[in-house]
Design a protein around this ligand. Structure first.
Ligand code: SF4
Ligand code: SF4
Length: 495
């Protein structure tokens, strides 16, 4: 029940409250609820018991403004699960105020009714603080043709006849609302750094929210612009950052940590390479020649080693997916230089050849050693003479070189360390004198070393393994159980 939404059972969103504005302005087209979203959430608050939640804040408005965007960040945010948008909208998280979302795709109301809340925020007439979210890059409205904005939201003043109204560009709304916002959040690479609309050529003069507001901008809580990049941003990155900010605003948590570019520091501290499921292929020098392979994608265009992103750790939706998991190379979509500084896509980045050459050298040295060690550690101690597998008779065909390598490897592995198994130590005896069943069955030899027990057991079942007797005797006669086991394991002749 990972995504379960916990709405208090007594909440009633179908019962109007007194003085709802939508009752006064009943001419909305297509509004099946007959109420504003903010009114529906107020009904939830009034009837749902959320007034009892921790902290002084019961609700916070979130104004989501679209600039020059593809709506991809909206889509990915809808898919967020940790936490989900629904959990934020219903106040299901303890200590987190209800999020009253004002979003162009989710609103019940339209036209002037939609613009009303924005006007109230601009006039400082809201009954709760607000967060401003901007999706898409901000256009330079000085470059528009015929005074029609590149991106707009509503027309003002609402009381004037239609021919006397003026379209309000989204940059203007940002100019009006950002100073009074508790926090301004740029979501997606277009809003955080400029993104695709701001790539070379840039006919609209597109820029990021930081570029637009300037480095001296501070929200009413004293925070610079918070940036959650990505093309699109990972939905969970956004909802998680908003949740932590809401907790902070509500006095239920510390101010979240952001890095020098305003990104949530815990999300963007590592490169995507560090958590990539293909990282070990890179380390052993195995590289895909074409997409569809399981190996590292560095030589067919992956920028992962130099891009700060944690999609390989978090996944994209519900912990699943993500570029390399789904077979894609990193094209740097979370980075400020995207897209121009990462083109041409799917061409080997310049730093790749020296790095992958070194990986190949490293892999050529380490892979044979690892495979030898792996072969030995893929064997039960009981299988020193034979492996009872009908699947692969050649499994036991280990070479002299392998035995020699394993001899030194095991010496190093157990140097100044305790060997596994039972040894002749007083502290390993039961003080009551109890004797464990294997020791009762095999006598003191069992206590000498685990290997002797297994060999004795094997011998008992397979009398034909005559060499086992001599081997067992060697263990018994060894000066200490420890060296006896090592000697025995390593001196087994290759078969
Ligand atoms: S696919 Fe990319 S991110 Fe993954 S290991 Fe290779 S270079 Fe690194
Ligand atoms: S791995 Fe690269 S392309 Fe994929 S989301 Fe992260 S930054 Fe963007």
């Amino acid at each position: 029940m990972e995504n379960m939404i916990s709405v208090p059972m007594k909440a009633r969103v179908d019962v109007p409250l007194e003085g709802e504005v939508s009752r006064l302005l009943p001419d909305q087209v297509g509004n099946v609820a007959g109420a504003h979203n903010s009114e529906l959430q107020q009904r939830l608050l009034e009837s749902g018991g959320r007034r009892d939640t921790l902290g002084p804040l019961k609700k916070v408005y979130v104004f989501w403004l679209p600039g020059m965007s593809c709506d991809g960040c909206t889509v990915s945010t809808i898919g967020a699960t940790e936490p989900s948008i629904e959990e934020l909208l219903t106040g299901a998280l303890p200590g987190v105020p209800v999020m009253v979302l004002h979003h162009y795709q989710f609103q019940m109301e339209s036209g002037d009714h939609f613009t009303l809340l924005l006007e109230q925020a601009d006039a400082g007439a809201l009954d709760a603080p607000y967060i401003l979210v901007y999706e898409g890059s901000i256009s330079d409205e000085h470059l528009t043709v015929g005074a029609e904005p590149w991106a707009a939201k509503g027309s003002l003043p609402t009381w004037a006849p239609a021919d006397q109204r003026q379209r309000r560009s989204t940059p203007e709304w940002v100019r009006r609302l950002a100073p009074g916002a508790a926090v301004t959040i740029a979501i997606g690479t277009c809003a955080t750094w400029g993104g695709i609309p701001a790539s070379l050529g840039n006919p609209t003069g597109a820029m990021s929210v930081m570029d637009f507001l300037g480095k001296d901008y501070r929200s009413s809580l004293g925070l610079p612009v918070v940036n959650v990049p990505g093309c699109p941003a990972i939905g969970d990155d956004f909802t998680e950052a908003v949740t932590m900010l809401l907790k902070y605003m509500n006095g239920q948590g510390p101010v979240p940590e952001f890095d020098e570019l305003g990104r949530p520091a815990w999300q963007f501290g590592d490169t995507v390479h560090l958590h990539c499921p293909r990282g070990a292929w890179y380390e052993e020098g195995n590289f895909a020649r074409e997409f569809g392979g399981k190996e590292c994608l560095a030589e067919i265009g992956c920028w992962g080693p130099v891009v700060n992103c944690h999609i390989t750790e978090r996944g994209f939706i519900n912990g699943k997916g993500g570029c390399m998991v789904a077979g894609g190379a990193c094209i740097g979509c979370m980075s400020p230089g995207f897209p121009d500084k990462f083109t041409p896509f799917y061409k080997r980045p310049p730093q790749t050849t020296p790095a992958t050459t070194l990986s190949r050298v490293h892999g050529a040295l380490t892979k044979p050693l690892r495979r030898t060690t792996q072969l030995e550690r893929n064997r039960e101690p009981r299988w020193r003479s034979t492996t009872p597998s009908g699947w692969a008779p050649e499994y036991d065909n280990v070479t002299i070189a392998h035995r020699t390598f394993e001899y030194f490897y095991t010496r190093i592995q157990y140097f100044r360390s305790e060997l596994p198994g039972r040894h002749e130590k007083d502290e390993e005896k039961y003080s009551s004198g109890y004797v464990v069943p294997p020791e009762a069955a095999y006598g003191k030899e069992y206590a000498a070393a685990a290997g002797s027990q297994s060999r004795r057991g094997s011998q008992a079942r397979h009398p034909s393994t005559a060499g086992a007797v001599a081997s067992s005797r060697r263990i018994r006669d060894a000066p200490s159980g420890r060296s006896g086991v090592v000697t025995d394991v390593l001196s087994e002749p290759a078969r």
